[in-house]
Design a protein around this ligand. Structure first.
Ligand SMILES: [Zn+2]
Ligand SMILES: [Zn+2]
Length: 356
């Protein structure tokens, strides 16, 4: 999905490794949800990723770490990786694959933040120390917010994939724009005061008595805001992958992805293969569509198709969208979606290339 402010796209095709790139347009900054193979990204994209949120470290979700490292080597920056307990060990393992005796004029560091039930642990790996792990700090943490900045927030939910797997949701702050027509009708000129007004509003309602200088005249900020500013809801983008379908999953995704503009959701199997999906703790297309409908998402984007469906991708897409539309806001919204009937499982030989 793309707006004036955000461009969010899956790096690979639906059968490729999971990696969702969220570009904050015009701000030389991006974040990512998962880091599967990312050869398709340009170096300039990999060097503006500030924060990566890793659902779990099965290979298809973390294989791209080497590409990220290679692209950023020589840069003076800190990249933060967020994820489940154990992520720091995985990052250290990936960094330990190389020899770091060569001096660098720059310092590249990875800050790893693991979400534990009652705290965040933070460990820094810096090229200045040949990527040896620094001391691990423990920060108190509860609730669903991982990263909160004035511009955007990232929340998470815990899913069950035989191991812990995290789902993520990016929410941009509301967009504040001065209505040009109202500005003209008020007879006020454009100027730096507009930027100052937006900055003030981004922090909350203007303080009582706060003023802004407009064409040499001090004017009440609250009055300017009320007359001129239009507030538009910020983008909300949810990402759900590698989970069993259960009441707990449905509730967690519905709460996290509520009213999202786009829900990017795995759908490894057709519902006819629901037994296989359950055995591997993955979703069927029907289940993905049902979750998107429960969350009242505006759009559903699918990925993580099993290689079983080569050439049959449209079956998965059609099934998921059918469940999404039937469970959504249409005339059949109150009807419980009825999944298609199951068919016999495929022979075990065709499971060989399935990923985690
Ligand atoms: Zn996976
Ligand atoms: Zn997995």
């Amino acid at each position: 999905m793309q707006t004036k402010y955000v461009n969010a796209f899956l790096v690979n095709h639906a059968r490729g490794d999971p990696a969702l790139f969220i570009d904050l347009l015009g701000r030389s900054r991006a974040i990512m949800f998962d880091l599967g193979e990312v050869f398709r990204l340009e170096r300039g994209e990999l060097t503006r990723v500030s924060d990566l949120f890793i659902s779990h470290t099965h290979m298809d979700h973390f294989f791209g770490f080497g590409t990220l490292l290679r692209a950023n080597w020589g840069q003076d920056r800190v990249i933060t990786l967020w994820g489940p307990p154990g992520l720091a060990r995985n990052v250290f393992g990936a960094l330990s694959a190389y020899t770091w005796n060569l001096a660098s004029q720059t310092t590249l560091a990875f800050r790893v933040r693991e979400a534990h039930p009652d705290h965040l642990s933070t460990t820094l790996f810096s090229s200045a120390d040949a990527f040896a792990p620094g001391p691990t700090e423990r920060l108190p943490h509860t609730g669903s917010v991982l990263l909160a900045e004035p511009e955007f927030t990232v929340t998470f939910a815990r899913l069950d994939h035989k191991i812990l797997c995290l789902a993520f949701c990016f929410t941009h702050a509301d967009h504040l724009n001065v209505d040009k027509q109202r500005l003209a009708e008020a007879g006020l000129p454009e100027g730096p005061w507009i930027r100052d007004l937006k900055t003030m509003l981004a922090a909350g309602d203007p303080a009582e008595g706060a003023t802004l200088r407009v064409a040499g005249v001090e004017m009440p900020a609250a009055d300017l805001a009320r007359r001129l500013v239009v507030r538009a809801r910020g983008e909300k983008i949810a990402y759900v992958t590698d989970t069993i379908f259960s009441d707990a999953t449905l509730a967690a995704v519905r709460d996290m992805a509520q009213e999202s503009d786009a829900l990017f959701c795995e759908c490894a199997y057709a519902h006819a293969d629901a037994d296989r999906a359950a055995a591997n703790h993955h979703l069927t297309a029907w289940q993905a569509g049902t979750m998107a409908a429960a969350a009242r998402a505006r759009d559903l984007r699918l990925f993580h198709f099993s290689p079983l469906y080569v050439g049959r991708e449209s079956e998965l897409t059609g099934e998921a969208l059918s469940a999404f539309r039937r469970g959504g806001r249409g005339p059949k919204a109150r009807n419980e979606p009825r999944p298609p009937t199951r068919r016999a499982p495929e022979p075990p030989a065709s499971r060989a290339a399935e990923s985690g």
